[in-house]
Design a protein around this ligand. Structure first.
Ligand code: ADP
Ligand code: ZN
Length: 722
């Protein structure tokens, strides 16, 4: 008998020993009985030593042969993720595996394959679908160009099977049982800046190098990725392209399919049907799929022959998982590129300050695309409106109201943007704009309405709400921030016949709603869109020529040190929404801080000067990237329990010298799902010291909190929402 140590899908920091008559290769999936239930496990190690009775070792029930064993490189990545993000190894492994590999139902991989395109008849007669049916349109366009597999077509349009049947019934299709030859096709010659960027990446194929590709939207970053990807694919290697869910659109997939013909990319994201996801996971793992495109989870896919990683919109918050295994896909991708000895390209118009800092200090090579590739599209003019002395009606000043009214009368489309992510309300003086700083921290005091208090969410200082502004003695102090709903009502009163659509979490929860909205906008049926950051990115609205930004200031008063970074990225992005096509766009930004340097940089569309000023302030306060940060969180039925428990843990720990601790304090969103949440921030310039501290916390909390208790904890390494 051979003893195997297995990774199981349980939240425990350990492996489990089972026996088998022959030694099984590491990475083999097996079926075992655990606590009376059948489940899948992965062989993680062999051992000769047991710390319990050999007769009690259970046998492995069945060895699963439907997939090859998970490779050593992949297991090394899992071990890294588990160690780095302080999460149990078994649970880490099962986060990465798709549904189909987590259970033991046989996977069928041998469905017959077909490839399709329009024949001459189809090209002439298949009617072009209306642009607002954008998925159907993308499908139609794809079929004009080259052979496409059913899987690819389904990625473009979920009902591709049915549509193909209709086309086939008209004799409009060529149907093949083999893909066309693999290839790459481009209509463009790269411009000089693109060529320089491409040449730099090209020179590093076959070795590790991180690149930061900086260029505004439309500057041609995607074309640079494509050129590098084509080169790597031509070498027979695999390419991984990561992007935020919202950017993984049917249009992009169609664009990729028309460039990389015959490649049939594996597309992995959370919405992919379970069967398709397992199928693509295995195609990537066996090396059959050369092109792997997906959202954050796709970084955990095994790829034996990886030659290039691209991370588009690398600053995007969706790359960080916010529960369970709290990994950052961009950071795992960097580790992975190093392991695979291949280049990685991080692209963005507004890079994260971590990445910008890494480029500035030479760890990444900076590549810049300074201009729009498409010269017609001009940047919108951004006007800053000082509202300190202006009366506001539901948050809007008269010039803004007039501009919206006029734009509607002239047949333009407007977007009213409210920024309100992740900041707590702060109190401001309506006369001079004064706000309240914590004397102990670099944070704004947060307004707690019920208790009539101002509190610091970093050190927990509490003060009664003042009656007068300490600077100008005005007594009109109001919280910043107003709701989309009230803005909608005000605009309905202002222009009763306009079609005004509000988009926020209450009105658009599902994908379906998004699509409806998108189709409505494409059909020119919307005059004013009101919404939050959901509207900042993603789709293009051609007729949009006026953007109004209402309460940007909130983020500048936020207790989250990343708020200005997110604000700048969002404002730049939302400004870019105005005037995309031939329409010249205009942006109106209301503020009580007209002289804030962030707005000055925004007006110039100048990311670099923003990044420099912001990094200087991060350095002053030793915030990331000048230190590393871990959040240790506990939730409990009562806040005092959560805070006490954290304090108790803290008191019992002997932390390394260069580690500082802040808290315990209530989380910004202290109450969630009826539970109270508290946290401490652990910070250190040394990653190693921070990890050591993290492991101490982990051990102490695991010991204190038995599995079934009403208290839970989590550790968030490189926490994003501080
Ligand atoms: P980004 O990824 O930076 O937003 P894209 O690569 O999508 O930019 O390019 C923006 C637009 O410019 C696209 O319509 C693209 O087809 C076009 N474009 C990009 N590079 C060139 C080029 N070298 N010549 C002509 N058009 C280009
Ligand atoms: Zn404080």
């Amino acid at each position: 008998m051979y003893w195997h140590q297995l990774a199981l899908n349980v939240p425990l920091e350990r492996l489990f020993t089972y026996s088998h008559p022959e030694p099984l290769p590491l990475g083999t999936r097996v079926l075992v009985t655990f606590r009376g239930k059948r489940c899948v496990a992965v062989v993680w190690a062999h051992t000769d030593e047991l710390d319990f009775d050999a007769n009690k070792v259970l046998p492995i029930v069945e060895v699963l042969h439907d997939t090859p064993p998970l490779s050593e490189a992949w297991r090394a990545m899992m071990a890294f993720c588990s160690r780095y993000y302080l999460y149990p190894i078994g649970a880490t492994v099962f986060t990465a595996l798709p549904q189909g590999l987590r259970n033991s139902e046989a996977l069928s991989l041998s469905e017959p394959k077909r490839w399709y395109r329009f024949n001459e008849l189809g090209k002439q007669h298949a009617p072009e679908p209306a642009a607002r049916h954008y998925k159907k349109h993308a499908l139609w366009q794809g079929l004009q160009q080259q052979l496409l597999g059913l899987a690819e077509l389904k990625q473009i349009h979920p009902q591709a099977g049915k549509i193909l049947q209709e086309y086939a019934a008209q004799q409009w299709l060529d149907i093949h049982t083999e893909p066309s030859e693999l290839g790459f096709h481009s209509d463009f010659v790269l411009n000089a800046a693109q060529q320089t960027a491409h040449a730099a990446i090209s020179a590093k194929l076959g070795e590790f190098q991180a690149f930061l590709l900086h260029g505004i939207t439309g500057s041609g970053k995607t074309e640079v990725y494509f050129a590098a990807m084509a080169e790597v694919l031509a070498r027979g290697q695999q390419v991984l392209m990561l992007l935020p869910e919202i950017n993984l659109t049917p249009q992009l997939l169609a664009r990729i399919n028309s460039r990389f013909f015959g490649h049939e990319p594996a597309v992995l994201h959370s919405q992919t049907a379970a069967g398709a996801r397992s199928h693509d996971f295995i195609r990537a793992m066996t090396g059959e799929a050369k092109l792997i495109i997906g959202t954050r989870l796709s970084v955990l896919t095994p790829m034996p022959n990886l030659g290039l990683i691209v991370v588009d919109e690398e600053h995007d918050g969706s790359f960080k998982q916010q529960n369970e295994l709290r990994y950052h896909a961009r950071d795992v991708a960097l580790w992975r590129a190093k392991q695979a000895a291949c280049p990685i390209v991080l692209g963005s118009a507004t890079p994260s300050l971590e990445s910008w800092h890494n480029a500035a200090t030479g760890r990444y090579q900076l590549l810049s695309l300074p201009e729009r590739a498409n010269a017609q599209a001009v940047l919108p003019k951004i006007h800053i409106i000082d509202v300190r002395q202006l009366p506001l009606e539901e948050g809007m000043c008269e010039p803004v109201r007039q501009a919206l009214l006029k734009n509607w009368q002239r047949g333009g489309m407007s977007l009213v943007y409210l920024n309100r992510r992740g900041f707590a309300p702060v109190l401001a003086c309506t006369a001079c704009g004064h706000t309240f700083d914590c004397p102990n921290c670099s944070a704004k005091m947060v307004w707690h309405q019920r208790q009539r208090q101002l509190r610091c969410h970093h050190c927990d200082l509490r003060e009664a709400v003042p009656v007068f502004c300490p600077e100008c003695h005005n007594s009109d102090l109001t919280p910043l921030g107003q709701g989309t709903q009230r803005v909608e009502e005000a605009l309905n009163a202002l222009m009763p016949h306009a079609n005004i659509v509000r988009v926020d979490r209450d009105t658009t929860s599902g994908k379906q709603d998004w699509q409806q909205l998108y189709e409505q906008v494409q059909a020119d049926a919307v005059d004013v869109l009101i919404g939050t950051q959901m509207l900042a990115k993603g789709h293009d609205f051609a007729r949009l020529n006026l953007v109004v930004i209402l309460n940007a200031d909130g983020a500048l008063y936020s207790s989250d040190f990343r708020a200005p970074e997110h604000l700048f990225a969002q404002l730049l992005q939302v400004s870019g929404r105005a005037g995309r096509a031939e329409q010249k766009g205009k942006v109106l930004l209301q503020t009580q801080l007209p002289d804030h340097p962030l707005f000055a940089a925004l007006q110039q569309h100048d990311y670099i000067s923003f990044a420099e000023q912001e990094l200087a302030s991060r350095q002053l306060y030793e915030f990331p990237p000048f230190s590393h940060m871990l959040a240790v969180r506990v939730d409990a039925p009562q806040m005092h329990e959560a805070q006490q428990l954290l304090q108790q843990v803290l008191d019992g720990l002997e932390l390394p010298d260069d580690v500082s601790v802040f808290g315990p304090v209530p989380m910004l969103m202290a109450r969630l799902n009826g539970r109270e949440r508290a946290q401490v921030f652990v910070q250190s310039p040394s990653r190693q010291a921070l990890h050591k501290a993290g492991r101490l916390f982990q051990a102490e909390l695991t010991a204190l909190l038995p599995h079934q208790s009403a208290w839970r904890y989590s550790l968030d390494m490189d926490v994003q929402d501080a």
